[in-house]
Design a protein around this ligand. Structure first.
Ligand SMILES: *Cc1c(COP(=O)(O)O)cnc(C)c1O
Length: 337
């Protein structure tokens, strides 16, 4: 078996998860008839402390549904340059919603400078787009964003009558790392997008949570985007299984990432960034060095990214034994630099 550290999206559904999927009662979810979908949506809404939830195929889709449901054409959302909603979702909000992004540089701690954000909130003037929404992310590149910051962001949006969205693709990693409940982490936000196909290990599935009216609008957009699914309860069953069995174990991923980070300390040619939750970032002097290491690892059965800033991600198919093997291989590879 390859040791694949490229992402926490590479996990394989276990036999037990597949059994839960096979056994799921299903119906036509476009008719609202799928009992497994309905139960999962209710479960996630309750966990997040919000009135309603909607399942979708991916986190890109739940983020897009959120942006489309908060903002009209000609309205603006405030976002980080490096946040997924702005950078990695093909500009969907602009392409499909006519929504204007106002990006900001992300600070070293993963936050946006709220004083700068406030300066860019547009006054009511026909020259400007209408500022509607601030979109944040937690975790960002593995970093947990402090809850005190999120509460400050809430104060800012309240002061200006804006909405607040969270790309919480890895919000469960933040919950496990901080000991805060999902409800506490979600409390400052009007809407949250949560991925189940990352550390939680399902093959597919994300959930958007928010008010009933907001989720009603998102439901219409999902239909328009071709995201209505039929007997999708098989997906909900995998997500339900993940909630039961694969949340608390995220702590193992964090422990493995910390051990990996420690084991790579001091190797020549590798510059480590501080480790957070399930991610370790290594910087190389040049792309050639990164490729040398990546090629060496691949020859020895380990897959890592081929970028000069190399991200290693731990997940449920990576054991502590795998981590020791990876540290040995990096130690050998660093001697080639
Ligand atoms: C993975 C990810 C998403 C959603 O990605 P999909 O692949 O569309 O599910 C959104 N935000 C962040 C921060 C992510 O890492």
């Amino acid at each position: 078996m390859l040791i694949d550290l490229r992402s926490d999206t590479v996990t394989q559904p276990s036999a037990a998860m597949r059994a839960a999927m096979a056994a799921a009662p299903v119906g036509d979810d476009v008719f609202g008839d799928d009992p497994s979908i309905n139960a999962l949506q209710q479960r996630v809404a309750a966990l997040a402390g919000k009135p309603a939830a909607l399942i979708a195929a991916s986190g890109t889709q739940t983020n897009l549904l959120a942006l489309l449901s908060h903002c009209q054409r000609g309205e603006e959302y405030l976002v980080g340059q490096e946040y997924h909603t702005y950078r990695y979702e093909a500009g969907g909000a602009a392409v499909l919603g006519g929504i204007v992004p106002q990006p900001f540089e992300v600070e070293a701690d993963g936050t946006l400078d709220l004083a700068r954000v406030e300066k860019r909130i547009k006054p009511d003037d026909p020259h400007f787009p209408i500022t509607r929404l601030l979109a944040l992310e937690n975790t960002h590149t593995g970093r947990v964003i402090p809850q005190a910051y999120m509460l400050q962001a809430r104060k800012l949006v309240d002061k200006h009558g804006l909405k607040l969205h969270l790309d919480g693709a890895r919000i469960f990693n933040a919950a496990v790392a901080t000991g805060l409940s999902l409800q506490e982490l979600c409390a400052p936000f009007d809407s949250i997008s949560i991925c189940f196909s990352k550390g939680l290990g399902t093959p597919i599935g994300s959930v958007l949570v928010g008010s009933k009216a907001f989720i009603g609008r998102a439901h219409r957009w999902r239909k328009m985007l071709g995201g209505g699914m039929r007997q999708a309860g098989i997906i909900a069953a995998a997500m339900d299984y993940a909630l039961d069995h694969q949340v608390a174990r995220l702590a193992d991923d964090h422990t493995n990432a910390a051990r990996l980070h420690q084991g790579l300390q001091g190797l020549s040619g590798l510059t480590l960034e501080p480790q957070h939750t399930n991610m370790v970032y290594i910087n190389y002097a040049n792309l050639g060095d990164a490729l040398k290491v990546s090629d060496y690892l691949r020859e020895h059965g380990v897959l890592v990214s081929r970028a000069q800033r190399q991200r290693l991600v731990t997940h449920l198919n990576i054991s502590s034994t795998d981590i020791e093997r990876v540290i040995e291989l990096y130690t050998a590879a660093s001697k080639l630099l």
